[in-house]
Ligand binder design. Structure first.
Ligand SMILES: *Cc1c(COP(=O)(O)O)cnc(C)c1O
Ligand SMILES: [Zn+2]
Length: 363
């Protein structure tokens, strides 16, 4: 318990080693016994750090926080049915990625690291840059050629060093992987501490439902920083005996870039890179997710499913949310388009939760 563990060779490391991958190049996961003293939790501030005993940071003095989290969960009527949507576009940097950045940058501070590297199509770069700025940690963010100007501007504003690569999102990630060897990679895909932050979404949903799990959760997925975090979070609660089952994870991709959906529907355990088409859901336009195998496994274990949605359906869902007064970014509308599809397939009634992942103001 309480260690880094390699997903390939099972080698173990202390949580305080300054590493982000195994000696064998494998992805690291975190084995950590999360505790939930419910009486204490309810007296604490409404942010992710109320789950203090579930987050693997040793000293409170290392916590880097903007009091993020405990976002509202609102009831919507979609296709004539009630569903709950977590308002995770309401974060300091405008996306749920602040959950992951808060925990990851806290750990970076705890490890005494003063320089990190990350690559991102936008929101993860914004989140890591903002938290690094708060912690006085230098960061270098690699971004692809097609990054949105607004997100690029936001990253630069926090004082991050930006390297714009004249390549695709995927090529940028490959390049960074070669470049980063000796430094600390604050990656929302590779670094396991990021998922120790995104998992708090599962905790908050359960607490807001009276410490109960929903029947299903509908999420957009690209690299899986949200999906894998949520899977870890529900499993923590299950192991602690707080919930009795984990919800079905309904993972939604854009049809124009759906490597996970394709692998799952073809009953493959591994994900193969695909050639993608343009999508307005640029936040999840990832053709070769590094944790693809883990994502498929998580969805399977949850007895969930994958759904792929067309550009037209994403656009329609986006407009519908605007008309209800919610200004979200197009990537967020993927989940809503998937949710509608899921509701069409569903025969009985279920307690369903989905998420608005990013704010429309930086679109
Ligand atoms: C990062 C992000 C997602 C989820 O993407 P993953 O790559 O699966 O973590 C969804 N929506 C928005 C707005 C995002 O920024
Ligand atoms: Zn290994």
């Amino acid at each position: 318990m309480n260690r880094l563990i390699c997903s390939l060779c099972n080698k173990e490391y202390s949580l305080n080693e300054k590493i982000w991958k195994c000696d064998c190049e494998g992805l690291l996961d975190i084995d950590f016994k999360a505790k939930f003293p419910l009486e204490k939790i309810k007296t604490r501030q409404p942010n992710i750090w109320r789950y203090r005993e579930a987050i693997p940071i040793d000293n409170d003095s290392n916590i880097v926080s903007f009091n993020e989290g405990f976002t509202p969960i609102l009831e919507f009527v979609i296709e004539g049915r009630p569903v709950l949507i977590k308002q995770d576009h309401l974060f300091q940097t405008g996306s749920f990625k602040d959950r992951g950045a808060s925990v990851l940058v806290s750990k970076i501070k705890e490890l005494g690291i003063d320089y990190v590297i990350e690559d991102s199509s936008g929101n993860a770069g914004c989140a890591v840059s903002a938290y690094c700025a708060k912690a006085h940690i230098d960061c270098e963010i690699f971004v692809p050629q097609d990054i949105q100007e607004s997100k690029l501007k936001q990253i630069k504003s926090y004082g991050a060093k930006v390297n714009k690569v004249s390549e695709s999102r995927e090529k940028t990630a490959e390049l960074v992987l070669k470049y980063v060897q000796d430094q600390y990679y604050a990656s929302h895909c590779w670094n396991p501490f990021f998922f120790q932050g995104t998992k708090t979404l599962a905790y908050e949903i359960c607490e807001q439902l009276g410490w109960k799990a929903p029947d299903s959760i509908v999420l957009p997925v690209g690299n899986g920083s949200l999906l894998l975090g949520v899977f870890i979070g529900f499993n923590d609660l299950l192991k602690a005996g707080i919930i009795k089952k984990i919800p079905k994870i309904i993972a939604v991709q854009s049809k124009n870039c759906a490597p996970l959906y394709i692998a799952f529907k073809n009953k493959l355990d591994n994900v193969f890179p695909i050639s993608k088409l343009n999508t307005i859901a640029e936040g999840i336009s990832i053709s070769n997710p590094v944790r693809g195998k883990q994502i498929i496994e998580a969805v399977k274990i949850s007895k969930g499913d994958f759904i792929a949605v067309s550009e037209n359906k994403i656009k329609t869902s986006l407009k519908e949310m605007y008309k209800k007064g919610f200004y979200i970014e197009p990537t967020s509308a993927v989940a809503i388009a998937g949710l509608k599809e899921y509701l069409h397939q569903l025969s009985k009634s279920e307690l369903i939760v989905s998420v608005f992942t990013g704010h429309g103001l930086k679109k």
